[in-house]
Design a protein around this ligand. Structure first.
Ligand SMILES: [Zn+2]
Length: 353
């Protein structure tokens, strides 16, 4: 998850991003972003939840296939595996199916009262191990790649190489990766790194995209933050989003409480408001009136945990909603090439959910 990596391209988040670890002009843009996010936060979380249910109503239930397929979960930060894939992971592990969780960044950029980035990284590592244990994943199957938080886009080839090695050693039949249009730079970079890793490793399995930050701007992804909340935007854009793609559903009923317990292990991300680390002036400038940083998880990010299904999409199917990223100027339309074509017609094992 980790809100601290947001820049001017932040989506319509309903949880305020932390200003920790921003500096100079980034501070100023962070202050503006925080004001904008608070303003846009008035868009009701309930509206997103409504359209999410409408989308799921058109979905294809892949619960059985998901539970029987070994996988590599690529999590940009410690906690993304729990937020995005908990139901799938728990179902796989209950069936005795191998799951490897690769946590790409060191998590040092998250909001916390922990004194230093190095200490925070170590704390979040232990949190992730405990959370994954609650999901049924052994400590030996949680792999920390330790790339710098909020800067994964500067290490794309190295991340891709590390993931390709992991694919080679763990031989998963499936990779779960954040959507291409999450909006968070680290999440979008992780998606791109997987695309490169797949090309490099010759992976022939299935790739599905999971959702974390998508829920803070979907279904108004296109033109996010630039339009007024007119009836046309509140109705027509969602109807288009819901109708253009049938999502893939994993039944989460009976698993949400366990997921919440796992999420609670990420104490630095879910605990009470904490003092920010040395940026009290920025917090005041942002209008907060104090140096307290609220826990990053709120709003639509947590509303998902009340829903019946965990939602996935075929690799590459949301590329038309991608945010501008430097690397996309060179890769353009070939993103997730083979896998997108192969999975244009997602497999389903049961009727509509
Ligand atoms: Zn994240």
């Amino acid at each position: 998850m980790d809100a601290s990596g947001f820049s001017g391209s932040a989506p319509e988040a309903d949880s305020s991003p932390s200003t920790a670890h921003l500096s100079g002009t980034a501070y100023l843009s962070g202050v503006k972003a925080a004001r904008g996010l608070r303003r846009r936060a008035r868009v009701p979380v309930a509206a997103r939840a409504f359209w999410r249910r409408a989308w799921a109503f058109r979905g294809l239930d892949i619960t059985a296939a998901m539970a029987s397929t070994s996988c590599l979960v690529v999590a940009p930060h410690p906690d993304d595996e729990t937020l995005g894939c908990a139901a799938a992971i728990m179902r796989k592990r209950a069936a005795g199916v191998p799951v490897t969780v690769a946590i790409v960044s060191d998590g040092a950029g998250g909001a916390s009262a922990v004194e230093t980035s190095g200490q925070l990284s170590e704390v979040r590592r232990r949190e992730a191990v405990r959370a994954c244990a609650r999901l049924g994943v052994d400590e030996g199957d949680v792999v920390f790649l330790d790339f710098p938080d909020t800067a994964l886009d500067q290490h794309l080839d190295e991340v891709a190489a590390a993931l390709a090695r992991l694919v080679g050693s763990r031989t998963p039949r499936q990779i779960l990766v954040p959507t291409s249009c999450e909006g968070h730079p680290d999440h979008d970079a992780s998606h791109e790194a997987v695309r490169r890793a797949v090309q490099a490793s010759g992976f022939r399995g299935e790739i599905l995209e999971y959702t974390v930050w998508l829920w803070t701007h979907w279904p108004w992804t296109v033109g996010h933050g630039t339009g007024r909340w007119t009836a046309r935007r509140l109705l027509l854009a969602p109807i288009r989003r819901v109708s253009e793609l049938r999502p893939l559903l994993v039944d989460a009923r009976g698993l949400r409480e366990h997921q919440k317990q796992a999420l609670a292990e990420h104490v630095t991300q879910t605990g009470p408001a904490v003092p920010s680390r040395g940026d009290a002036a920025v917090a005041r400038a942002a209008g907060g009136g104090s140096a307290l940083v609220p826990p990053p998880l709120s709003g639509s990010l947590l509303a998902v945990l009340e829903s019946r299904y965990e939602i996935y999409v075929p690799a590459g199917s949301l590329r038309h909603l991608d945010f501008d990223r430097p690397w996309r100027a060179t890769v353009a339309s070939v993103a997730t090439s083979r896998t997108a074509d192969e999975q244009a017609s997602p497999r389903a094992t049961a009727g509509p959910g």
